[in-house]
Design a protein around this ligand. Structure first.
Ligand code: ASP
Length: 360
């Protein structure tokens, strides 16, 4: 069955078609008002959300479908010790498609194996967030009329920022993309994005420590929140939380054509004074998120009977993942599995490289 767990689950052509479908929905909402009549979307949010959950729900209502679900893990049988796989098996009896968010990386992959209906990853820990990337791509396309040849600055928490990981993976496909990575040393991009995407594909990127060093060279400035909930050490979060603030003074150094994006929620990293600047696009991004999720629901429901056409890669099952925020750390009955990428083995759930002592 087709699922959306990682943005790489969709080809460039499929992403183009989704953008086109979202634009048609924007232009002709009435034509879509009943397309999901009789269908149900379950939104299973084991972690907090405003935009992603509500945009999925609004999307399904605007398609004429219905919605059920929960908005926090404590409102589900997770608190009684139920596994993610069992929750998904259960909800598949009630819904035609599931959008889920979970604090542990790889939970949607586990869910997809247990599921009889399409699974959409609405964010898994600090790992991936492919539907935010679809919203970002629609926004970029509507602002620039293209996805290629753009210089994209990504600022803030590039380590735990799942939206950043998925966006880099997607934008790396388009010719002429360049990245400027703006982060403190402690919040640099993880290896599975840097090595497996940027280095593997020879994508040009530079790394700087301040917004000022880069802002006048950018087409897009993608700001992110430093995410308190992902830090093991609260003191480190306190030290880093306000490391970047985009204010009117800094924005005055940017090109007229710059577009400022942010997956939201914003804390202090963009001053509210920036909101009225025509270059600020983050609230347009919110609205685009609803339309692209409408297009996504339509696509996955239409393809629910199809098998994933991609060949299954060879995996190693004799290694163990030691990442405490990987789904393998808490879910019973998961067989640890590793995939060789370049010279390292990566856990298929969280993509952390193998750190153990077994000979490789
Ligand atoms: N809303 C985004 C996410 O779920 C960004 C954030 O939470 O800071 O990853």
């Amino acid at each position: 069955m087709r699922h959306l767990l990682d943005i790489d689950d969709f080809s460039t052509e499929e992403i183009r078609a989704l953008i086109q479908s979202a634009e048609d929905i924007i232009d002709h909402p009435d034509r879509y008002a009943h397309t999901c009549a009789g269908k149900k979307l379950a939104t299973l949010f084991f972690e907090a959300s405003t935009r992603t959950r509500l945009s999925f729900e609004a999307a399904m209502y605007e398609l004429g479908g219905q919605v059920l679900g929960f908005s926090m893990a404590t409102a589900s049988s997770t608190v009684k010790g139920e596994s993610c796989a069992d929750t998904i098996r259960t909800v598949g009896c009630y819904a035609d498609i599931i959008a889920m968010r979970h604090p542990l990386a790889g939970a949607p992959l586990v869910a997809s194996r247990a599921s009889t209906v399409p699974i959409i990853n609405a964010g898994d820990g600090g790992h991936n967030h492919p539907t935010q990337t679809l919203a970002d791509l629609l926004t970029i396309y509507r602002e620039f009329g293209r996805l290629d040849g753009l210089t994209v600055g990504l600022c803030g928490d590039l380590k735990f920022g799942r939206t950043v990981h998925s966006l880099i993976t997607a934008m790396s496909r388009y010719p002429g993309t360049r990245f400027v990575l703006i982060s403190p040393a402690e919040l640099q991009l993880p290896g599975y994005v840097r090595k497996d995407v940027l280095d593997r594909d020879g994508i040009p990127y530079t790394e700087v420590r301040t917004i000022e060093e880069a802002i006048d060279s950018l087409d897009i400035l993608y700001m992110t929140r430093v995410q308190g909930e992902r830090f093991a050490d609260p003191a480190e979060y306190e030290r880093l939380k306000d490391c970047y603030i985009l204010d009117e003074k800094r924005l005055s150094q940017a090109r007229e054509g710059l577009r400022v994006l942010h997956p939201l929620p914003r804390v202090n990293e963009i001053s509210v004074g920036v909101d009225s600047d025509p270059r600020a696009c983050y609230f347009k991004q919110v609205l685009n998120g609803k339309y692209i999720r409408m297009a996504l629901i339509l696509k996955l429901l239409a393809e629910a009977g199809q098998d994933d056409p991609r060949p299954q890669p060879a995996l190693r099952y004799d290694l163990t993942c030691d990442n405490p925020v990987c789904i393998t750390s808490s879910e019973q009955g998961i067989r640890h599995a590793f995939l060789k990428k370049g010279s390292v083995y990566r856990c298929v759930y969280c993509e952390r490289s193998y750190h153990g002592t077994k000979p490789l």
